[in-house]
Ligand binder design. Structure first.
Ligand code: AMP
Ligand code: MG
Length: 405
């Protein structure tokens, strides 16, 4: 029995395992999910320091018009052994530790600089232009929670806390198998009736885009021995994705061969369009996605089902795309019964409103519409008509993730 879009996605997410953890150099962790909660071991800033180039002063001395001698110089990276005595100031650079005695910094531009003295021009408040120890982060604060993907901002934070290596989940190794007698590789001589295997490169690109590792197995032919050989190889990886050969045609043998290897089929067929014949199975701990062969279906099913699963396996806590409410600028007819993954063109109007329309011919055979689309709208299975002006939920293509599952 075909199941719903949402049931299928949930069953997949409930089935896939989370991969082991490794420690990697900080830069190799970008885009990957951190595998533990990170807690601050010390304060940030680690010491009181100057936020400006200027003079470290005692506020009590700073009445407008008063001149004060400069008693020393403090560049960043050095700690003063002397303090700012009453009635004096010290020249200080941004980032230098605040010397004892001082309780504010006056930037160069806010005072009159003389030979070996400055003249105060405006009132000064305690703490002016001082970055206090711990004002950003205190010891014991949780700085990054487990499962967060590391962006440059998190990398900055981890570096600030001297983490030269960080624990992340392994990158999923994803075997990609194209199947079909008609297929030929992109660099082979064309033959009559041949169809270029575009699914292997497109799936490999999608796998790589989210930080997983594609392993391209080539093409299995539509016979048992060829499929057996390739599927056996594919099951060595963390995940196997096959394309084509999963409908009800005479030569659609992928499911049969998977079953020979002892895989447990979790479901076959989803009430969606395109991508209806999709199957999902588990071979012990190895998820197997059997996608339909059509290049548009293949990529849309990857986007909606495989991508969240791979992210979960790689330890991401947020695996689903953000849904935006957008206004439909045209009416759309569909058949009731299946959820439609509609390829949409998206425009942000001057007033900020997000407006969407169909990106073009929605026939599964039309790859151009996928290329023109910036995202998809999920049109509810039970509906057969959407009116212009209605709000619909869309998500954008691309690697960002913000929602839980
Ligand atoms: P199937 O699922 O085997 O019925 O294939 C559906 C359609 O997708 C057929 O037109 C196939 O030729 C095409 N197709 C299957 N595999 C690929 C592939 N790897 N690259 C491009 N097109 C494919
Ligand atoms: Mg086929």
């Amino acid at each position: 029995m075909p199941i719903s879009f949402y049931e299928a996605r949930q069953q997949i997410l409930d089935s896939v395992p989370i991969l082991a953890i490794e420690k990697v150099p900080l830069l190799d962790a970008v885009g990957r999910a951190i595998a533990t909660d990170m807690v601050a071991e010390y304060s940030l800033p680690a010491f009181d320091n100057s936020a400006m180039d200027g003079y470290a002063v005692r506020v009590a001395d700073c009445n407008a018009g008063v001149s004060l001698p400069v008693s020393g110089y403090l560049p960043a990276g050095e700690t003063s052994s002397t303090s700012v005595e009453p009635g004096t100031v010290m020249r200080i650079m941004t980032g230098a530790p605040i010397p004892s005695g001082a309780d504010a910094v006056i930037p160069f531009e806010n005072c009159l600089e003389g030979q070996d003295q400055i003249t105060i021009q405006q009132t000064v408040k305690k703490g002016d232009h001082i970055r206090w120890c711990g004002e950003d982060i205190r010891p014991g604060d949780q700085i990054i929670s487990c499962g967060t993907p590391l962006r440059p901002a998190e990398i900055s934070l981890l570096a600030s806390f001297r983490h030269a290596t960080v624990p992340v989940h392994l990158r999923a190794r994803v075997a990609i198998l194209a199947t079909g007698d008609e297929l030929q590789e992109v660099d082979e001589l064309p033959f009559s009736g041949g169809i270029v295997n575009s699914n292997s490169p497109s799936l490999a690109a999608a796998v790589r885009e989210i930080g997983a590792v594609p392993i391209i197995l080539g093409i299995a032919r539509d016979n048992l021995s060829s499929l057996r050989e390739k599927i056996k190889q594919g099951l060595q990886a963390d995940v196997l994705i096959t394309s084509a050969g999963v409908s009800s045609g005479d030569r659609d043998l992928v499911r049969e061969v998977l079953q020979e290897f002892g895989t447990r089929e979790v479901f076959w067929k989803i009430k969606i369009k395109p991508g209806h014949p999709t199957a999902f199975s588990m071979c012990e701990n190895t998820p197997v996605f059997s996608l339909p062969g059509n290049p548009v279906s293949t990529l849309l099913i990857f986007e909606e089902f495989v991508r969240p699963a791979l992210l979960k396996m790689m330890g991401h806590r947020m695996v689903l795309k953000t849904l935006y409410q957008a206004t439909l600028s045209e009416s759309i007819k569909k058949k009731a019964g299946r959820l439609q993954i509609l390829r949409v063109a998206i425009q942000i109007r001057q007033d900020g409103e997000m407006v969407v329309c169909s990106a073009g011919d929605q026939n599964t055979g039309i790859l151009r519409t996928l290329v023109k689309a910036q995202g998809v709208a999920l049109l509810a299975a039970e509906r057969d008509f959407y009116a212009a002006g209605e709000k619909i939920a869309v998500h954008l293509f691309g690697p960002s993730t913000t929602l839980g599952y």
